[in-house]
Design a protein around this ligand. Structure first.
Ligand code: FAD
Length: 465
């Protein structure tokens, strides 16, 4: 056989979990190898966060151009050349993935192309189309990510697509059925609705965007409906028939069977961890019932020199959570005392308006027996929001009653995705509502909403009664 190549730390998967772990491990003086079977950047950069946000912002611009009459702007004949949108989206992705490759090389991380599986707890085999190579390692970090779930009655095809397919369409569909109103389904629905696609969302639960408060998801629903979308909740998608140039989806709602025709059906019903073909069993790495890898607070698996991070472990399957764990795992390998703490991991939906949440909701605090105050401030009372002609929304600051400690925040409104960072910092730093209220926020900015919500928590807001 081949001669094994020795390395200190080997990382499997170069998504936001793996590449960040590799860079941090290299910074900490380890000899690092990263194995990637697809493209550097993983789901997030190639077929997830970044291309979806690119399509969302393009859709937003297109829609705004034709709907700013209130501000005295009428645009006629606004057109979209979707192949150019796609080319631009591709260029954004390429800049970022190229950047990540550069960062890895700059940190002297060896990038290996191929599919990895464990032979034993210190040996990995990497197969590519043209070669096979064995690596021995002291420590490994598994960051193999996740894959869209396929529903048995909706086998993927040209017209039955997952998020990857929806991001790669070469023209704006005239209609699309979206099964699953989670954040991925809702974001893509919003993007295409802005481009003019007639969207029908079929959601099994009684609300879309489960996990966000109803008052927040209600704003998103209203906006989707304004753009012609139909949202059917408590709907059970049953089957699909492919026609010559489209699909007919059958679903059941309130015991009644219905049909809807569309160009495409997009299935976004969740993702499953890529933990099946790695030889984990062989090494004795324990998994949960859901196929997630079991880890401790330092991302260590049941095999002590092997770590796991990102979508394949417990916790919200989000890019920034994967990266955060990547740093913890690399630091743990270097002997640091770093540990994960999920409280301040933000969750964002790039819908219209944007939704963002960090820490506890009022309800969650209650369930944990924490006496909390939810202090609300509306975007409509903020000068910047009004001058943006985008004043739909609110912030809710959640503080502990006994001492005003900031323990959570929820935001629905323009800029929520950026505004949530300040609240994450407040939680991490153990700040109180008073600390935020006493911080001078520039005028006129959306940031003042945060200051005012803190004033509400203290009982003395200036700009609402
Ligand atoms: P991944 O990014 O999935 O990367 C894993 C990598 O491992 C892949 O490149 C894969 O090819 C490689 N790999 C797998 N098995 C092997 C093997 N055996 N050998 C070698 N390589 C292997 N998250 C956010 O935080 N914000 C967003 O806005 C957001 N938007 C999203 C939109 C969409 C449409 C989707 C699908 C996801 C979105 N996500 C978002 C989720 C985010 O993409 C994931 O949480 C994130 O990519 C997980 O990172 P990861 O490093 O765990 O794995």
């Amino acid at each position: 056989g081949d001669f094994p190549i020795e390395t200190d730390t080997i990382v499997i998967g170069a998504g936001p979990g793996g590449y960040v772990a590799a860079i941090r491990a290299a910074q900490l003086g380890q000899k690092v190898t990263i194995v990637e079977k697809g493209t550097v950047g993983g789901v997030c950069l190639n077929v997830g966060c970044i291309p979806s946000k690119a399509l969302i912002s393009a859709g937003h611009r297109f829609h705004e151009a034709g709907s700013s009459e209130e501000m005295g702007i009428t645009a006629e004949n606004v057109k979209v050349d979707f192949s150019k949108v796609q080319a631009w989206k591709g260029s954004v992705v390429n800049k970022l993935t190229g950047g990540v490759s550069g960062l890895l090389k700059g940190n002297k991380v060896e990038i290996v192309s191929g599919e990895a599986y464990f032979v034993d707890a210190n040996t990995l085999r990497v197969m590519s189309e043209t070669s096979a190579q064995t690596y021995t390692f002291k420590n490994a970090i598994i960051a193999t990510g996740s894959t869209p779930i396929e529903l048995p009655a909706f086998k993927y095809s040209k017209r039955i697509i997952n998020s990857t397919g929806a991001l790669a369409l070469d023209e704006v569909p005239s209609s699309m059925v979206v099964i699953g109103g989670g954040y991925i389904g809702t974001e893509l629905s919003g993007a295409y609705a802005n481009f003019g696609t007639k969207i029908t969302i079929l959601e099994g639960a009684d609300e879309i965007l489960a996990g966000f408060e109803k008052q927040m998801s209600a704003l998103v629903k209203r906006n989707l409906k304004k753009r012609g979308a139909e949202i059917v909740t408590k709907a059970l998608a049953k089957g699909v028939e492919e026609t010559e140039n489209g699909v007919v989806v059958t679903y059941e709602v309130k015991g009644e069977e219905k049909k809807v025709e569309a160009d495409y059906v997009l299935v976004t019903v969740g993702r499953r961890p890529n933990t099946d073909e790695l030889g984990l069993e062989q090494v004795g790495i324990k998994k949960t019932d859901r196929g997630l890898v079991e880890t401790d607070k330092q991302c260590r698996t049941s095999v002590s020199n092997i770590y796991a991070i990102g979508d394949i472990v417990e916790g919200p399957p989000l890019a920034h959570k994967a990266s955060y764990e990547g740093k913890i795992a690399a630091e743990a390998i270097a002997g640091h005392a770093s540990e994960i703490d999920y409280l301040a991991i933000p969750a964002v939906v790039f819908s219209e308006p944007e939704l963002a949440s960090v820490g506890y909701t009022e309800q969650q605090a209650k369930e944990e027996g924490i006496e909390a105050i939810g202090a609300k401030f509306p975007f409509a009372a903020n000068g910047r929001a009004l001058s943006l002609n985008s004043a739909d929304g609110f912030m809710k600051l959640v503080t502990r009653k006994e001492d005003g400690l900031v323990i959570g925040a929820q935001i629905a409104g323009p800029g929520a995705s950026d505004m949530i960072a300040e609240l994450g910092l407040a939680i991490e730093a153990g700040m109180t509502a008073e600390d935020i209220a006493m911080t001078i926020h520039a005028h006129p900015t959306l940031g003042e909403i945060t200051m005012e919500a803190a004033e509400v928590a203290l009982g003395s807001p200036i700009h609402i009664i």
